[in-house]
Design a protein around this ligand. Structure first.
Ligand code: NAP
Length: 521
């Protein structure tokens, strides 16, 4: 807890929160619940450290970020194990997240200089020729990253790596359900030699997140639920601090009648049940063409039944636990509501005996749009399937949601898939695949509608971390025609300019040119 000693006055006397292993209920550790004083101290230290980090330049930061990547690689086994113990995901999935964190660090370390190079603007207006005009990108200052528990390292790292590579200092607030992973990241950053204050971790609960949003930071990057994101967005806007909101989803899968059924069933099962369905971009509802509904559902059920549920540390496990008891109760409430309204459970549907919060992969049919499971984010291992008569009905149902995070399409006709993709109201659409972009640092993603504002990943994600400054240089500094003093024919001159540049016929443009020359100063 060296990080806390350095950045947080009085941290040792604070109340604490406990981190549990969701597979066993075992206590993994405790961390202090930091309040405004400790958060303010971390932000102040970050602000102090910021100028030197910014001035280190891309090359200096590249070396430090690659050192952080190397440190993560050295500790990958410990980190993945802690990931599985604190979050529940199977060890192979945890190691995949570690790999993606390394990818993000390497990508932004190596490419930030090119992605943020000055951008020349060629101004075509003849009255502004002989100008050298360009955009230059500058780090904002202190970036607050508030992250959820479902991919605690990966989602945080996607923003941390972009923010640091662009020259910002970062203060991270991990979820109260996975704080030890956040603390671990702080330790790795120290071991990698990141300067003091450039990356700080503040632990605690929602109050700590609220304190960080209210602190004098220069950008807030929030990933979490719509409800909390709305509060965070409002709090940031109260100080006119820009905010990125990566929020929840109710993501549809659309299965067209020409789809390869074995392949589509495999994709749906993975998309719905990976990380026990606790993925913002999980397949949360499937619309299947009625011609193939029966055989496809049979294949989905067969595959869902075969999944091995258990402790993520067991190499046989394919689906780990839910994060906690409230998550289990939310899933049970959605299933109970669906069954009460006429849905049938084809597999799963009952919690598994503890210890640990396990719920099996569950497939529901005869679902209707009024059921909670078709409206609210489930964030658990439920796959409701609806049979629909045609593509138009599928599209209308998919878009009939306040969310717009992502969608998947399953078809053999890639052109038809692409046509459909353009009509779906979502920030990412995957054809014959799913979720792939989340671990890829090159692919920007974000939500439409209530699923969020702004982008993570790629150049778009990096641009969220900088201010774009316009620099306009009049190379041969001479007074402009429109500078004082005004001359009597100036209106005619400008009016002729409108004709010359935008006249609807050659005649109007030529006549404008004559007037233009006559009315010059
Ligand atoms: P959450 O409850 O909204 O919490 C997200 C983060 O916000 C946590 O660190 C939380 O701290 C903190 N927080 C809580 N109240 C706050 C406040 N008033 N001010 C500032 N921060 C506050 O979400 P979650 O349950 O951790 O995550 C699940 C949700 O995240 C789902 O809706 C999922 O779809 C969404 N998600 C979206 C994406 C995406 O990329 N679009 C990715 C992953 C997850 P505590 O945990 O300590 O309360």
């Amino acid at each position: 807890m060296q990080e806390l000693d350095r950045t947080t006055p009085g941290a040792t006397e604070l109340p604490t929160l406990t981190s549990f292993d969701p597979a066993t209920g075992e206590v993994l550790g405790t961390v202090p619940i930091m309040g405004p004083e400790q958060v303010g101290a971390a932000v102040a230290l970050a602000r102090e450290a910021f100028p030197a980090w910014r001035d280190l330049g891309f090359e200096g930061r590249r070396r430090k970020l690659l050192a952080l990547r190397d440190t993560l690689v050295r500790h990958k086994d410990d980190v993945a194990r802690l990931y599985t113990r604190e979050n529940g995901k199977p060890l192979a999935e945890a190691m995949t997240s570690v790999l993606a964190c390394c990818d993000f660090l390497a990508y932004y370390a190596k490419h930030a200089a090119g992605l943020l190079a000055d951008e020349p603007i060629h101004v075509s207006n003849p009255l502004q020729k002989n100008h050298e005009t360009f955009l230059t990108y500058e780090a904002k200052g202190v970036v607050a990253v508030i992250s959820p528990w479902n991919y605690p390292l990966l989602l945080a790292m996607a923003e941390i790596s972009a923010a640091l590579a662009a020259g910002n200092a970062v203060v991270l607030k991990p979820s109260e359900l996975t704080p030890l992973l956040g603390v671990k990241l702080g330790e790795l950053a120290r071991e990698a030699g990141l300067p003091a204050g450039i990356f700080a971790v503040v632990t605690g609960d929602g109050r700590t997140g609220a304190a960080l949003t209210a602190a004098p930071v220069d950008r807030v990057c929030f990933t979490g639920s719509v409800a909390t994101g709305t509060k965070v967005g409002q709090a940031a806007m109260a100080h006119l601090v820009p905010v990125t909101l990566e929020l929840g989803g109710k993501d549809p899968a659309l299965v067209l009648p020409d789809a390869d059924l074995d392949f589509a069933a495999q994709g749906l099962v993975w998309g719905a049940f990976t990380n026990a369905g606790q993925v913002c971009a999980s397949v949360e509802r499937a619309y299947v063409h009625q011609r193939i509904a029966e055989p496809l559902i049979a294949k989905v059920v067969e595959r869902a039944k075969a999944l091995v549920v258990g402790n993520g540390l067991d190499p046989k496990t394919e689906v780990g636990p839910l994060i906690n008891q409230p998550a289990l109760e939310r899933i049970e409430a959605q299933v109970a509501d669906a069954v009460a309204k006429g849905a049938r459970v084809l597999t799963g549907g009952q919690r598994l005996p503890g210890p640990g919060t396990f719920y099996p992969p569950t497939v529901l049919v005869d679902v209707t749009p009024d059921m909670l499971v078709m409206q609210d984010e489930t964030f658990g291992p439920l796959l409701p399937i609806i049979s629909v008569p045609d593509e138009a009905a599928m599209l209308a149902a998919a878009n009939d949601s306040p969310f717009g995070l992502s969608a998947t399409i399953w078809t053999a006709d890639l052109d038809a898939g692409k046509r459909l993709a353009r009509q779906i109201q979502a920030g990412s659409v995957w054809i014959n695949t799913g979720l792939a972009s989340y671990g890829n640092p090159l692919t920007p993603r974000g939500g439409y509608k209530e699923s969020g504002i702004g982008k993570i990943g790629g150049r778009h994600g990096l641009l969220e971390m900088v201010n774009a400054k316009l620099v306009d240089v009049a190379v041969h500094g001479k007074p402009k025609l429109w500078w004082y003093p005004t001359w009597p024919a100036m209106v005619d001159f400008v009016s002729a300019g409108v004709d010359v540049m935008h006249g609807s016929s050659i005649g109007q443009r030529l006549s404008g040119l004559g007037k233009f020359l006559k009315s010059r100063r």
